[in-house]
Design a protein around this ligand. Structure first.
Ligand code: FO1
Length: 309
């Protein structure tokens, strides 16, 4: 049994590789929900959708989010009517958000809805939101203003400096059904190559998750999303630096040292292996750039080998 702690695009690609080396019934993805946002009355869960769309082959591979063969008629209408519709919701994608919002309003949990979305797209693995309660990443800008994560990420194209990040609602959030069990029972837990601050950060902050991971640290392995000092996608490198941390595999090792015994780092970072070890995490050097499904599968194989599976 393999449990993967997941954000969006990088985690989804990693999971696609994992499913080439592990039977789907043995894989559980525990997915961040702190990027979720309510827009135009609709509950959007970007990381859950990115995982489900990617694993079912429905993703727009070029963008990394949303559905392939998308049209944008509803968005164009909203804009023509004068709405400031800054988050790009495609017509087909809107169907997912209408479905999710309808079922949530009827009283179903985010876990229930996610299981139905995954089943409807034919996934054989489990996809669990880390929590059924709302958690919202709030980003404090260097200017002092605090804004929602998607406003920072999409509206401002993560082009502004930040000074802090907090997860609103975290105190009331509990791990969703099956999450702590999936961590405890796994042969290996993988922390996917996702943003350590805003994707994995909220997953680790949900009550009980860090404790459950720490209790079995030897069988947990992280994959660095930072390669040669840069994030492959998104603002993880800048966010780490702006929060006073190191944007390198050493900074990632420091973040994860209490919850993971090993860190898979890219070949281009091989010279930092001793510094990762000095931070208390066993470095495992491997090609980490998932340029093809085969490369992602090979990364999953190397990641499993890091915890002797
Ligand atoms: N990312 C963008 O950069 N611009 C968008 O307009 C956008 C829309 C969007 C709609 C649905 C969805 O599931 C994801 C979407 N994303 C968009 C990606 C999303 O903001 C990010 O993947 C994250 O939340 C960061 O992991």
């Amino acid at each position: 049994m393999i449990t993967v702690l997941a954000g969006g695009v990088g985690a989804a690609r990693y999971l696609a590789g994992q499913l080439r080396v592990t039977p789907a019934a043995e894989v559980t993805a525990v997915v961040n929900v702190a990027d979720d946002v309510v827009l135009h009355g609709l509950h959007v869960s970007p990381d859950i959708d990115t995982v489900i769309y990617t694993l079912s082959g429905a993703i727009d591979a070029k963008r990394g989010w949303g559905l392939a063969d998308e049209t944008w008629n509803a968005l164009s209408e909203m804009r023509a009517l004068g709405l400031d519709a800054w988050f790009n919701l495609g017509d087909r994608d809107l169907g997912t958000h209408l479905f999710r919002t309808t079922l949530l309003r009827e009283g179903q949990t985010l876990s229930d809805v996610t299981a139905r979305l995954a089943a409807a797209r034919g996934l054989g693995c489990r996809v669990l939101p880390v929590s059924d309660q709302p958690i919202e990443t709030r980003v404090q800008l260097a200017s002092g203003d605090e804004i929602g994560f998607q406003e920072y990420f999409v509206r401002l194209a993560h082009g502004v400096a930040i000074s802090a990040v907090r997860f609103a609602g975290m105190d009331e959030a509990r791990a969703a059904p099956g999450v702590l069990e999936a961590v405890a029972a796994a042969d290996a837990v993988v922390i996917a190559p996702s943003n350590p601050v805003v994707s994995i950060g909220p997953v680790l902050a949900v009550g009980g998750v860090t404790e459950a991971l720490a209790a079995r640290r030897d069988r947990n392995v992280a994959v660095s999303p930072i390669v040669a000092g840069s994030a492959l996608k998104g603002p993880a490198d800048r966010m780490l630096r702006e929060l006073g941390e190191e944007a390198s595999v050493v900074g990632v090792a420091r973040r994860y040292r209490d919850v993971a015994a090993a860190l898979v780092i890219d070949e281009s970072d091989a010279e930092l292996a001793p510094a990762v070890a000095a931070a208390g995490v066993r470095p495992v050097v491997a090609p980490t750039i998932m340029s093809s499904p085969e490369a992602a599968a090979e990364l999953a194989r190397r990641t499993m080998a890091a915890v002797s599976l």
